[in-house]
Design a protein around this ligand. Structure first.
Ligand code: NAP
Length: 248
């Protein structure tokens, strides 16, 4: 059993998909959870309502992770309401797929700004309250694409690979402060992000996955909760694949 009683977590992009599953899981383990979203207030409030119905504390916090000031305000609000911040999960992410020759500056910049700069903004804002408690956990949601590359995803793969560099650098920098920094690299997980995959690609990808199915958000959340727990006290700077064996 993972016990996060007394811990306070902030999960970015927690209104839907993997982030929602992580927020629910951390709350189930006992943490108070700040549920970040960018546009989908109703979905974030629904996640908070579920957390509260389960007997834990939850708070919806709007911020575009690209916006440094909004991120600072989100962290300040979390600390104001819950008194501390121990766990940050950088999960917010988007796709803007295109072949290199046709990829616009905007498609490249948007994905880098949300997936990589957004995580940097959140780490920078969250690290001070974590240092105060001399205990912290940061989990960055990268992707198999960051390790293997992916067709039409030069932007996304670069951002997710960059996230691994960020993870390892912060793991070294923050180890002395009791803050552990790790990444997870999901393969294909059934969420809105993968819902519109065409049948041909679906069949091709299933053929490459030894477990012959796509993952569920809860299967990512379980690993994140473990990395946030005291059971993972000797793990930092690592990348944990959650991909049914796609990459090995
Ligand atoms: P999703 O269902 O599309 O949900 C995306 C979440 O990110 C939403 O909560 C959205 O908020 C939020 N978001 C988007 N832009 C944001 C911004 N600028 N600031 C703050 N929040 C923002 O995605 P998902 O499939 O759960 O993916 C979650 C993470 O896992 C992403 O980093 C993704 O790259 C990674 N991942 C996913 C897969 C997969 O197969 N699904 C595989 C590997 C890695 P709103 O609801 O307010 O729009």
């Amino acid at each position: 059993m993972i016990d996060l009683t007394g811990r306070v977590a902030l999960v970015t992009g927690a209104s839907r998909g993997i982030g929602r599953a992580i927020a629910r899981q951390l709350a189930e383990c006992g943490a108070a959870v700040a549920v970040n979203y960018v546009t989908n207030a109703a979905a974030a409030e629904a996640v908070v309502a579920e957390i509260i119905a389960g007997g834990r504390q939850g708070l919806a916090v709007q911020a575009d992770v690209r916006d440094r000031e909004a991120v600072k305000a989100m962290v300040a609000r979390t600390v104001e309401v819950f008194g501390r911040l121990d766990i940050l999960v950088n999960n917010a992410g988007v796709l803007a797929d295109q072949y290199l020759a046709f990829m616009s500056d905007e498609q490249f910049d948007t994905v880098l700004d949300i997936c990589l700069k957004g995580a940097f903004n959140c780490c920078r804002a969250a690290v001070r309250p974590m240092m105060k408690g001399r205990w912290g956990r940061i989990v960055n949601v990268s992707s198999d694409a960051g390790l293997m590359g992916d067709l039409r995803r030069a932007n996304y793969a670069a951002a997710k690979a960059g996230l691994l560099g960020l993870t390892k650098s912060l793991a070294r920098e923050l180890a002395g402060q009791g803050i552990l920094v790790n990444a997870v690299a999901p393969g294909i997980i059934a969420t809105d992000m993968t819902a519109d995959m065409d049948d041909k690609r679906r069949a091709t990808m299933l053929g490459l996955i030894p477990l012959q199915r796509f993952g569920q958000p809860e299967e990512v959340a379980a690993v994140v909760a473990f990395l946030c727990s005291d059971a993972a006290a000797y793990i930092t700077g690592q990348v944990v694949g959650i991909d049914g064996g796609l990459r090995m």
